[in-house]
Design a protein around this ligand. Structure first.
Ligand code: ATP
Length: 291
C-alpha cells in the first residue's frame, strides 16, 4: 500500500519555481530518501505534502486521502521534524513537550520520558537556554511523541554531533522496524541516506531526476576501476562505456558501465601491480547526475 502518492505536484512561489511535476509514491514501511542540493525543492515538497503549502498544480495523497481536503485528519498520524526548529522561548522543555502532547488523545508521559532519556535531553532546561543541537533534540521528541505512522525528517542531522546522529538513526530504524513507521527523509548528505534508506529519489532544480532502489543504484550503474601497472597508458582502456578516465600518481582510474569482461581482458594484457573494481559511493553516482 502506498502511504504517499503524488501526481504532477507543483508549487510556484509567485514566479519562482519551488517544485515542478513531482510524481512519486512511498510504500508503507519504507525509509524513503529524498536527496538534492540546497534549493532543489526538498522543503517545498515536504511542506506541500503536509498541507502547509497549497499546490499550484497537481495533487498529493497521504494514507489515501487528499492532502488539501483532509489536512487536519492526516496530520494526526504524521510526525514532522523541520530543518529549522522554533519554539516558545521561556518555556521549560518538560512543559513544552506536555503541551504539545495535549493535542493528541491519550497519555504520552511515559513515551516522553523514554524519548528524552534516549536523546539525553534535560527536561528542566528552558528552551531559550538551549544550543542548536539541543533544540534539534526537542524537535525529534516532538516529532515522535504521538507515535506517528509517517515521519517527515527534513535535514534531521544538521547540528547534531556524531554520537547523537548515530543514536537518532538507531531510534528511527527502531521506530521503522518495531512500529512499522514509514519515513520520508530529506538530506543533502548522501552517506546518511545510503545508510538508512531503501529507496531514494534525487531532486534537482525542482524536478525528480531519478527514483531508485539504493542497491540497484549502486549495482546497475558504473563500476569504479583503479589500476596500477608500470606499462599503463591512458589508451590501455579506450573502450566504449569508460567515463572520466584519469591518471593520478601512477594509477589509472575510471568509471565503467557495460560488460566487465572487456575490462578484465585489457587487464590480462598488462603486468598489473594492483587493481580494485568497486561500486561507486552514492556521492560519486550523485555527481554523475549533477554533472
Ligand atoms: P534547502 O535545503 O536549502 O532548504 P530545499 O531543497 O529544501 O533546499 P526549497 O527550500 O524547497 O529547497 O526551495 C526550492 C526553491 O523554492 C528555491 O529556489 C527557493 O529559493 C524557492 N523558495 C522556497 N521558499 C520560498 C518562498 N517562501 N518564497 C519564494 N521562493 C521560495
Amino acid at each position: 500500500m502506498n502511504i504517499i502518492e503524488t501526481q504532477d505536484l507543483t508549487k510556484y512561489y509567485g514566479q519562482v519555481r519551488g517544485i515542478e511535476g513531482i510524481t512519486l509514491s512511498v510504500k508503507e514501511g519504507e525509509i524513503f530518501g529524498f536527496i538534492g542540493p540546497n534549493g532543489a525543492g526538498k522543503t517545498t515538497t515536504i511542506r506541500t505534502l503536509l498541507g502547509l503549502l497549497f499546490p499550484t498544480r497537481g495533487s498529493a495523497r497521504i494514507f489515501g486521502k487528499d492532502v488539501v481536503r483532509h489536512g487536519p485528519e492526516i496530520r494526526r498520524d504524521i510526525g514532522y521534524l523541520p530543518s529549522e526548529v522554533f519554539f516558545y522561548e521561556g518555556m521549560k522543555i518538560r512543559d513544552l513537550l506536555h503541551y504539545a502532547a495535549g493535542f493528541y488523545p491519550g497519555d504520552h508521559t511515559q513515551r516522553i520520558q523514554e524519548l528524552t532519556a534516549y536523546m539525553e535531553l534535560d527536561v528542566n532546561r528552558r528552551v531559550d537556554e538551549l544550543s542548536y543541537g539541543n533544540k534539534k533534540k526537542v524537535g525529534i521528541v516532538l516529532g515522535l511523541l504521538h507515535r506517528p505512522k509517517l515521519l517527515f525528517l527534513d535535514e534531521p542531522t544538521l547540528g547534531l554531533d556524531p554520537l547523537m546522529q548515530r543514536r537518532f538513526f538507531d531510534l528511527i530504524q527502531r521506530e521503522n522496524r518495531e512500529n512499522g513507521v514509514t519515513v520520508f527523509f530529506s538530506s543533502h548528505i548522501l552517506s546518511e541516506v545510503q545508510r538508512l534508506c531503501n529507496r531514494v529519489a534525487i531532486i534537482r532544480e525542482g524536478h525528480i531526476v531519478e527514483v531508485s532502489d539504493i542497491r540497484a543504484l549502486q549495482q546497475n550503474s558504473y563500476k569504479k576501476v583503479t589500476v596500477i601497472a608500470p606499462d599503463l597508458t591512458p589508451d590501455s582502456f579506450q573502450l566504449p562505456g569508460v567515463a572520466d578516465l584519469r591518471v593520478e600518481d601512477g594509477s589509472l582510474r575510471f568509471y565503467f558501465k557495460g560488460d566487465i569482461n572487456q575490462v578484465l581482458r585489457r587487464l590480462a594484457a598488462l603486468q598489473v601491480q594492483d587493481v580494485t573494481i568497486e561500486d561507486p559511493t552514492l556521492e560519486e553516482i550523485f555527481m554523475h547526475y549533477y554533472a
